[in-house]
Design a protein around this ligand. Structure first.
Ligand SMILES: [Zn+2]
Ligand SMILES: [Zn+2]
Length: 382
């Protein structure tokens, strides 16, 4: 067995090197090159340039077997100025690993080292390093470029570090674990005219006011009371002069849901209400509805497997509820059964919350993450 403690100093150094050299989504050239170099040194076949800067390392077990598993880490940083003052703080102004993806890379490379040293499993492990998780859909980009056709995975797993959960504790849940994030924009078009001659000009301002009120009835009236959903109108733009009825007004906002049926119902209601407002106020309402990240839905069997496997490496618990934030591993879970798993970073002030300028990945949990990745692969490829 590889002595994980012996390789940890190396992995901590690698994690901090990546932390010092953060790269934004689809620009992870140095990070991806570093990962490719590490994987090649282990003897893995490496396939680069999938969905931009994404790459996959392939490790075949020494025993034959049809099964395949994908383990995923994200590589991108955030456009935030780091305020940790750590010796390994970002050297790139305005760019920062504030979501711990540097730790995700180090844990998955650690797992590749351990599994490559002792590949006594039946089947194939695909180490998936994806770009652009932070809002740009790097996972979708890899899928669109044939990720799962080229590298079959009948199970996929991803770990995300989780401040607020005790350090080293592992948690997941069947079903929804992260929310869907949608945005909408309704352009209300009237005609524009003199404020003193309203009979000649459809009033886009009044239509917008009615639209905002009606949109706020959707969650209370069209969503079952036991389901969670949020619809917030966050923007309204229109009008510039006291004596002009403007020709158009824009209303925008966001929708967060955990169930695709609820998501579909809300989108349909926005469409219907906008059409009704158009008729009632003699304006045009053009809706743009963008489902940019779907809900992250764990396969129940894969999540149960993940919890049972996690209990063999650390304290594992069933997460009581999903988080309202979103994650583009959701696109991979739409394609293949699997689970998204939280790895505790610690409670209290250290580390700071994700996306906070004082955040830093807790290196003390690297070992647990490596063990979990390895155990998930070995369990599926037993
Ligand atoms: Zn993030
Ligand atoms: Zn993240």
């Amino acid at each position: 067995m590889t002595d994980i403690a012996a390789i940890l100093p190396d992995l901590v150094a690698l994690r901090r090197d990546i932390h010092q050299h953060p790269e934004l989504g689809f620009c992870e050239h140095r990070t991806a090159a570093r990962i490719a170099e590490e994987l090649r040194a282990l003897g893995l076949a490496v396939h680069e340039g999938i969905g931009g800067t994404g790459l996959v390392g392939v490790l075949k077990g020494t025993r034959p077997g049809p099964r395949t598993v994908g383990l995923r880490a994200d590589m991108d940083a955030l456009p935030i100025t780091e305020q940790t003052n750590l010796p390994w703080a970002s050297r790139v102004p305005g760019t920062f690993h504030g979501c711990g993806h540097d730790g995700h890379v180090a844990m998955l490379l650690g797992a590749a080292r351990v599994l490559a040293a002792e590949p006594d499993f039946a089947g194939t492990v695909h180490f998936i390093f994806q770009p652009a998780e932070e809002g740009q859909g790097g996972a979708r980009a890899m899928i669109e470029e044939g990720l799962f056709e080229r590298f079959p995975c009948d199970r996929v797993y991803a770990l995300h570090n989780w401040p607020g959960l005790p350090a080293g504790t592992i948690a997941t849940r069947p079903g929804a674990i992260m929310g869907a994030a949608d945005k909408f924009r309704v352009v209300i078009t009237g005609k524009g005219g003199h404020a003193a001659i309203p009979q000649d000009t459809p009033d886009a301002i009044l239509a917008a006011a009615a639209l905002v009120q009606q949109l706020n009835t959707i969650v209370s009236r069209a969503v079952p009371p036991v389901q969670a959903a949020v619809l917030s109108v966050t923007e309204i733009h229109g009008g510039e002069a006291h004596n002009v009825i403007p020709s158009d007004v824009v209303v925008g906002g966001t929708v967060r849901t955990f169930d695709p049926q609820v998501q579909a119902r809300i989108e349909a209601r926005i469409q219907a209400i906008a059409a009704g407002i158009a008729t009632a106020f003699e304006v045009r309402c053009d809706l743009a509805y963008d489902r940019y990240y779907p809900a992250t839905i764990n396969d129940p069997v894969a999540a149960a497997d993940a919890l049972a496997v996690a209990a063999t490496v650390a304290h594992a618990e069933l997460a009581p509820e999903p988080a309202a934030t979103s994650e583009d591993f959701s696109f991979m879970l739409q394609q293949r059964p699997g689970a998204y798993i939280w790895l505790g970073q610690g409670v209290g002030d250290h580390p700071a919350p994700l996306h906070n300028p004082h955040y830093d990945f807790n290196d003390a949990v690297l070992e647990t993450g490596i063990r979990l990745h390895c155990a998930l692969a070995r369990h599926w490829l037993a």
